[in-house]
Design a protein around this ligand. Sequence first.
Ligand code: GLN
Length: 202
Amino acid sequence: MRIGVLALQGGFIEHIRMLRSLQVDTFEIRKKEDLQTAMDGLILPGGESTVIGKLLKELDLLEPLKEQIQNGLPTFGTCAGMILLARKITGTDTTYFGALDIEVRRNAYGRQSGSFFTEAPFKGIGAIPMTFIRAPYIEQAAPEVEILSEVANHIVAARQGNILATSYHPELTTDSRVHRYFIELLLKDSLIPAEPVFIPII
Ligand code: GLN
C-alpha cells in the first residue's frame, strides 16, 4: 500500500512521519510527474488552503487529482485539506476538489485566538486529542455524510464514502488512531473477492 501526500505547502512532513510510524509507504506529490506513481490513498495536509489551491492550479495538479478523487481514490484532508475537499466554502464561490458534500467555514474560530487543543470523541474510536490551528468547521453536511466528531456543537470530522476530513490535526499528536481509521477505509476499498476454494476429492 502506498499513500501520496500533497507536499506543496503546510504540514505534510507530520503526515509522512505518522504514516511511516504505521509502516505505510508514502511519497510526496509536488509536481505533475509525481502522479505517475500509483497510489492507494491521498492525504491533503493543513496549511493555507488559498495558497495550496493556487499552487494546485499553477502546477496543473488540480484537475488530475480531482479526477482520481472522483474515481474513488480514498482521500484524507486535515484542516486546509478539508477546505480543499469541500463542495462549498462559506462566503465564496471558489471550490477546489468539491468532493465532499459539506459547507465549510474557514478560520471559523477566528484568525488569532483560533488555535486550541481539546479532547473529544471520534465515532467508533473514542476520545482523541485534537489540535486546532485557525481551523475551519463544517457548517452543513448532506445526509450521506457521516459525522464523526463534534466540538461545541460544530462538526469537526466527517466521512463520505472513502473521503475523510478533519478540522483538527491528528498528525500533530502521537495518537495515530485517525490515520489508522483512514488506512482501514483504504484496505476495505482494496479488498478483492476471495478466491474460490477448491476442496480436493480424496
Ligand atoms: N486557516 C487555514 C485556511 O483557511 C487552515 C489552517 C490549517 O490548515 N491549519 O486554509
